[in-house]
Write a protein that binds this ligand. Structure first.
Ligand SMILES: *[C@@H]1O[C@H](CO)[C@@H](O)[C@H](O)[C@H]1NC(C)=O
Ligand SMILES: *[C@@H]1O[C@H](CO)[C@@H](O)[C@H](O)[C@H]1NC(C)=O
Length: 435
């Protein structure tokens, strides 16, 4: 009898304890979420990859007419009411036009076929600049200091990144001008190779297969090396998300300023070419390249079978373990993906992700860095390196396979547009070429 009573007491106690445990973990979760909201209010979250310009262009024939909707509601994953709810303190809006192969355009031999890419690139920058001017809760920023200033004014810092060198028209002049227009990072490729660099391909879907190489070594080309040096000189961050492993290696071999992966996971957690391999992580961290790896929320980069918030944090913690907690950050790819992580459906959900870091014991100081502090450090380092090089001349290199320069055929009918002595030189060159 006594034994039976004891058993009943024990069973009751166990049941009680588990109810108490469940309610205390519920309380913990609520407290973590509240703590996360507080941190997001205090420290600036800068998402390095938001594709909203692309959504505006997809939705409207006259994309500028969509701007009022940004402050009301958009059908994608980002708009301002949800960004405010999610504690977004800054965003790099991406300039992106599809790789020519996605549009069914044959780029022709050596990517030389003319297309509308540069027009669309300029239109996208115009759209972003008009969006920032239109919307008082966005504040344009081109430097770390300006981004911080926007946040302390209670605004969302709005910066510009560019996703792919296929938009440069095989020219370094283009990136110099785009930098003047506000572009602050360049992802060296999107899902296609360009005249500058080799891509990993496989940007979308579950297919992890690499793209068939077209460049010797499948890394940077000669003009690609010039591009990286030019980006360093200009103070534009070199973004290695989307590029081939060899391009990552080639860049790390020649750059002496921090690089960024603006939206990537860890290959050690999910073996996908869009994620960063261990050999590359080994080259980033304290005393090495002081760059940064920002998270991504595309389902198939995280884990096709377990695309959850804890799994995203697995990626970030894995990267932090191989680099440091000062070399990681948060980014989404919102408005650029059809399938997202469960619980991170749009930009209002950031507190849930931050709460998982709190649950795993990250300190407030570490989370401050994760949200934006680490990225601001990288931005400052890139800006300072460019400042030190301010007297260096631009690279005069052109893509070796271009056939249009010197532009001898610009002389008009019978060279009528050319001053006499210029015409004489051009005519003699023609003779010389025939010899
Ligand atoms: C957008 O909404 C915010 C907050 O409600 C408001 O302060 C701002 O003026 C609005 N912007 C426009 C252009 O109406
Ligand atoms: C999903 O990932 C999380 C974090 O690693 C893990 O705790 C959980 O068990 C995983 N779920 C499945 C179904 O694999």
């Amino acid at each position: 009898m006594a034994v039976l009573l004891n058993l009943i007491t024990l069973a009751t106690a166990v049941a009680f304890a588990s109810v108490a445990h469940a309610s205390s973990s519920l309380q913990d979760a609520t407290a973590d979420l509240q703590h996360a909201r507080n941190l997001l209010a205090r420290y600036q979250l800068i998402d390095t990859h938001v594709d909203t310009p692309q959504v505006l262009r997809v939705l409207a024939r006259q994309p500028l007419d969509m701007l009022p909707d940004l402050n009301i509601s958009l059908p994608g994953q980002f708009d301002l009411p949800r960004a405010r709810q999610g504690g977004v303190g800054g965003a790099f809006f991406t300039v992106w036009t599809p790789c020519q192969d996605l549009l069914g355009i044959d780029v022709g031999q050596d990517f030389q076929q003319p297309d509308q890419t540069i027009r669309d690139t300029i239109e996208s920058i115009d759209l972003i600049r008009e969006m920032i001017d239109y919307e008082p809760s966005l504040q344009y920023a081109t430097t770390a200091a300006e981004a911080e200033q926007a946040f302390s004014n209670g605004k969302i810092a709005a910066l510009i990144g560019m996703e792919g060198s296929h938009m440069l028209g095989n020219s370094l002049s283009t990136i110099r001008i785009l930098a003047r227009l506000g572009v602050r990072y360049l992802t060296l490729t999107h899902t296609c190779h360009s005249s500058f660099a080799s891509s990993a391909g496989g940007g979308a879907g579950t297919d992890g297969s690499f793209l068939r190489p077209v460049h010797p070594g499948n890394g940077l080309t000669a003009i690609g090396r010039e591009l990286v040096k030019e980006l360093n000189r200009l103070g534009v961050i070199v973004d290695l998300s989307h590029v081939s492993d060899q391009t990552m290696t080639d860049v790390l071999d020649i750059t002496d300023v921090p690089i960024a992966f603006t939206h990537s996971g860890a290959r050690g957690v999910n073996d996908h070419p869009r994620n960063v391999p261990d050999e590359i992580l080994a080259r980033i961290g304290p005393g090495k390249n002081e760059g940064i790896i920002q998270s991504v929320l595309f389902k198939h980069f995280i884990d096709s079978n377990n695309a959850t918030i804890p799994r995203v944090v697995d990626h970030v913690e894995y990267i932090a373990l191989h680099t440091s907690r000062q070399h990681v950050g948060l980014a989404s790819d919102f408005d650029g993906m059809g399938e997202v992580v469960e619980g991170m459906e749009d930009c209002s959900k950031w507190p849930s992700l931050v709460a998982e870091f709190i649950r795993r014991g990250w300190t407030d100081e570490e989370i401050k860095g994760l949200l934006g502090g680490n990225l601001l450090r990288v931005m400052r380092a890139v800006e300072q390196a460019a400042y030190r090089r301010r007297d260096e001349r631009p690279s005069s290199a052109i893509y070796g396979k271009r056939t249009d320069l010197p532009a001898s055929n610009w002389g008009g009918p019978n060279g009528a547009y050319l001053p006499g002595k210029v015409k004489a030189i051009v005519d003699r060159r023609h003779l010389r070429d025939e010899l």
